[in-house]
Design a protein around this ligand. Structure first.
Ligand SMILES: Cc1ncc(COP(=O)(O)O)c(C=O)c1O
Length: 366
């Protein structure tokens, strides 16, 4: 997190401790309210189309479980779909008789819009894909998918978790009806934050799967009225320090500029891939002609955990992407656990060299 993000959260917690939780929220009401404007600006939406959530998963779930399916309805999704989303499709398919179908990839491993177009019929009720999956740099053609969804009047749900903060994101350009994202990844916000966008025209059609008296004020002994804005997906109690942190992280990213951030991230990722390519036994697994700044790697005959701890000792943080987090993609490509390196704009070229050199050193000394 950038220093201003941490600072805003610490200051807010101090204020809560000094004057009280309700009192701090009242004093900082304008700044807290401004977080909706910040997120709306970030993705080209209106503030009433934004709900602030505790993570991307809850954001996605609240919208997905609000959709209604009949037996035989088709849910079209991507090959590299994220596990949390896919198990939700499975649960809803079991409950309702809807069917899940996977849109094929083209020869570069990217979702094929022509194949999607060929799958469309009147039974397709939802197109729901991950833009950039959890296990690599693949960038699915989210805007092409949106054009198809819009042309056929099909609801389009986009998991933009790893795109937000890494590249420009505009809901009008994407033609998505619903978009979910997290604060804690490329946006550099705090953990335990996320947001949901729901297109205004769809909002009042979507009844949240669970509500409280914030989402739906209790108006009479046997009545409630759902809010008209996207906050019908929220609940009353929230971590306001984290929300402020999310807002500051959003403003910070926009101040730097998402175009500039994307250019820098892509350049660093390309530099890293170039260096990693020459390490004997190292295989890069990022699909597509223009992968994003998530670099995924395996080393022949070695598990990722040992490399991760070797790098950790050198203050280089990487993560391991387990095959089960993108089961269909991992099975079809027979992927082992992948070491995931995600350079961000604040990394230096020297740090990229040091990371690649450390990996080479690890391989040689193993
Ligand atoms: C593609 C994708 N979607 C959603 C999520 C979930 O985000 P959160 O941890 O904020 O719930 C992740 C996290 O790894 C992800 O990779």
């Amino acid at each position: 997190m950038p220093a201003p993000v941490v600072g805003a959260m610490k200051d807010y917690l101090d204020l809560e401790a000094a004057i009280g939780g309700y009192e701090a929220a009242a004093q900082e009401a304008a700044r807290l309210d401004g977080v909706y404007d910040s997120i709306a600006r970030l993705i080209g939406a209106s503030r009433d189309e934004i709900a602030l959530m505790e993570n991307a998963t809850v954001a996605w779930d609240m919208a997905f479980y609000a959709l209604r399916f009949q037996p035989g309805d088709r849910i079209l999704t991507a090959q590299a779909e994220y596990a949390a989303n896919y198990v939700a499709y499975l649960q809803v398919a079991r409950r309702t008789g809807a069917v899940i179908e996977v849109i094929p990839n083209d020869e570069t491993g990217v979702l094929d819009p022509d194949a999607l177009e060929a799958m469309i019929d009147a039974r397709v009720k939802l197109i729901s894909i991950t833009w950039i999956p959890t296990n690599g740099g693949l960038v699915n053609p989210a805007a092409d998918v949106g054009r198809i969804a819009r042309r056929h009047g099909i609801v389009y749900l986009l998991d933009a978790c790893q795109a937000v903060g890494q590249m420009p994101v505009h809901v009008a350009h994407l033609n998505c009806d619903i978009l979910s994202a997290t604060g804690r990844k490329f946006l550099r916000g705090p953990r335990g934050t996320g947001f949901l966008y729901v297109r205004r025209s769809l909002l009042t059609e979507l009844e949240p799967p669970m509500i409280d008296h914030f989402a739906a004020p209790w108006t009479g002994a046997d009545s409630y009225v759902l809010r008209k804005d996207a906050r019908r997906f929220e609940t009353w109690e929230n971590n306001y320090a984290a929300r402020l942190g999310l807002g500051v992280a959003t403003d910070y990213a926009m101040f730097l500029g998402l175009d500039a951030i994307q250019t820098r991230c892509l350049a660093l990722a390309e530099q890293l891939r170039d260096q990693l390519k020459s390490i004997p036994g190292a295989t890069l697994h990022d699909m597509g002609a223009r992968p994003a700044a998530i670099v995924s790697l395996s080393i022949k005959g070695m598990g990722g955990a040992a490399l991760k701890s070797y790098l950790r000792e050198r203050s280089i943080n990487v993560s391991i992407s387990d095959p089960a987090s993108t089961l269909l993609d991992s099975a079809s490509r027979q992927l082992p656990p992948l070491v995931r390196l995600s350079p961000h704009y604040y990394n230096t070229e020297d740090e990229i060299v040091r990371a690649a050199d450390s990996i080479q050193h690890f391989v040689q000394s193993a």
